[in-house]
Every structure is written in C-alpha cells, then in structure tokens.
Ligand binder design. Structure first.
Ligand code: SF4
Length: 271
C-alpha cells in the first residue's frame, strides 16, 4: 500500500526493534451489528489468532488453521468495501496513521475484534493511548477467557463486550471455562462491560444457569445479551423463537438487563 509505506516512519531503528507489532487481518469502517452498541459507526480492527474454535465462528480467517496473513487489508476509501494492503506485522505508528485517515469521517469508537485481540495485549497496551489521544472511545470484543491479559490494558478500555462461551459450542471443559470467565468479569467490571452468549440449538438450561450464576455473583445489573446463532457453516440451524423467549424469561428472573439481539449487520449485508 503505497500511501502508508511512504508516510511511515519517524522512529529510530533501535527503538523500532523493541516496539510491539501486531498481526492484523483487516481494518474497515462499518456499523456495529451486535450487542449494546448496535448501530454505532465504528472503525473495526480485526486481529489474527484465537485460542478457541467455536462452532459458530464467522471469522475463520483469524484462526491459526488459516495461513498467517502476510498482509493486512485496509479499507480505502473509507466505507467503500474496497481494500488496499499493508504488510504484517503492523507497527503502532502505522496503525495510528491508518486510523487518522479513517477519521475524515465521524466514528463513535474503535472496535478491536478478532480472533481474540487479547492475544496481542502487549501491542494494544502500546497502541490504545494513541486511540484515546484522537478522542475516540475504545471497545474490545473478547471471548472472556484471558483475565491476566485483560488486566494489562483494562485502564485503556471504555467498553468491553465479553462473550460467555457455552461448552456445547466450544468443546471446552466446563470446570476450566467458568472460573476464567468469573475472573475476567471481575477485572472487566471497571469498564462499561456487557456479557453476551451465542445461543445455539444445543445450548442447555444448565449452561444458561451457569452464565446467570456467574453474572449475578459479580453484579446482577451487568447487561446480558442472548444472541441467537446466525445459521452458517457448522451451525446450519437456528434457534426457535419459543426457545429464545424461554431463555430470556429464565435469565430475566434473576438479572436486571437481559436482551435478545441477533447479528443485525448481516441483515443488511454490512461488513
Ligand atoms: S472466540 Fe470468536 S474468533 Fe475465536 S473461534 Fe470463537 S467465535 Fe471465532
């Protein structure tokens, strides 16, 4: 990508060698389609790599089975769905320059998504102050299983969208998953955090109850989003309306903010 390669960089070579770099998949502008910030315009930064393999994953290009991307796609011009490329790994100053170009158009916040962005916490710790200095809010989408990584950057986050992973969708051992989620939510509660569980036809009452127990034990007013799975790939069948209503009622009996929100961006073919 000629523009970015030409404008970068001013850092001294020995300092550059010490700076963290990120493996990214893409940077683009779109409308948030999930969770409590649904509808806001955001700059999305999608990182490469994930520590899970969810059955409903709609970002397989971020998983380690996919080839390590040698380049990151950068949407340009903003909002057109056309892309230029930038060599990976990407440096802090390069990504800040990319972000500045996007800000010719107003955006509510930067959504850091993946993959699992916290696998690159060292990079985020170095980069997020630059996002804040551009007066943008910071929003992290995460699988909620790396509390120590979150601790490194939590002071730099405005919003956290924390997934609660039902073992029936991940194959993870429940006794390892739930304690990590609990620790994670304890750390994340200093931000505007909400929790989200993707509901598949295999989600059990017991899994929902464990999610409710978890939220209630930290703070029963933390919002809980039930996101019906969008039929795709390994999840070809959706959830019935009756089942969604049943699960919402079950959760709302104990938590104060329980909402059903599907993936809205897919309804209008947004990125
Ligand atoms: S945590 Fe997210 S990116 Fe990772 S496998 Fe699950 S859905 Fe995909």
């Amino acid at each position: 990508m000629s523009y970015l390669l030409k404008t970068f960089s001013t850092t001294r070579p020995e300092a550059e060698a010490r700076l963290p770099k990120a493996r990214l998949v893409e940077v683009f502008s779109s409308v948030q389609g999930e969770g409590l910030l649904v509808g806001y315009r955001q700059v999305f930064v999608r990182t490469y790599g994930c520590n899970l393999r969810c059955t409903y994953c709609d970002s397989p290009e971020t998983l380690k089975e996919s080839p390590m991307p040698t380049v990151c796609r950068i949407e340009w011009p903003v909002g057109t769905g056309r892309f230029e490329t930038l060599p990976n790994p990407v440096e802090v100053e390069q990504l800040t320059q990319v972000l500045q170009r996007f800000l010719k158009m107003p955006h509510h916040s930067v959504a850091i998504t993946g993959g699992e962005p916290l696998l690159q916490a060292r990079f985020l710790k170095a980069w997020l102050p630059a996002v804040r200095s551009l007066r943008l809010k910071t929003f992290l989408e995460t699988n909620g299983l790396l509390p120590e990584h979150l601790r490194q950057i939590v002071a730099l986050l405005d919003y956290v969208s924390m997934d609660i992973k039902a073992p029936s969708a991940t194959g993870l051992e429940p006794e390892k998953t739930w304690p990590m989620h609990r620790q994670f939510l304890e750390v994340a509660r200093s931000t505007n955090v909400y929790t989200k569980m993707v509901i598949t036809p295999r989600t059990t009452d017991d899994e929902l109850d464990r999610a409710i127990d978890l939220i209630e034990s930290v703070d029963a007013s933390i919002p809980f989003i039930l996101q019906p799975v969008t039929p795709f790939g390994q999840e070809p069948v959706g959830v019935s309306p009756a089942r969604l209503l049943e699960l919402q009622s079950r959760a709302a009996a104990r938590l104060s903010e329980v909402r059903v929100i599907p993936q809205t961006h897919k309804l209008v073919s947004l990125l």
